[in-house]
Design a protein. Sequence first.
Length: 76
Amino acid sequence: MNVRDFIPGWFGWCSRCRKNAYTTRKNARRAAKNLHPDGRLNAYRCPAGIGWHFGHLHPDDRNRLQRQNNPHQERQ
C-alpha cells in the first residue's frame, strides 16, 4: 500500500518547503485536524505554489485575526 491511500488529498513532499503537500485547503485542514484535534493548526497555500501545507499561525497573525474578530478590543 502507498501512503497516499492513508492520507486523503496528500500528493507528496514539497521540494522547496520540505513539507507535506495537499491538493486542497480542505484536505490540508482535514489532515491537521487528524494530527491535532484541538484546532490550533491552520492551512495555508504553499509559497512555491505546490499545493497546501498546515502549521501554527505566527503570533502577529493570530493577534491580527483576534482584532478583526473583535474590533472594539483595545490594542496593546
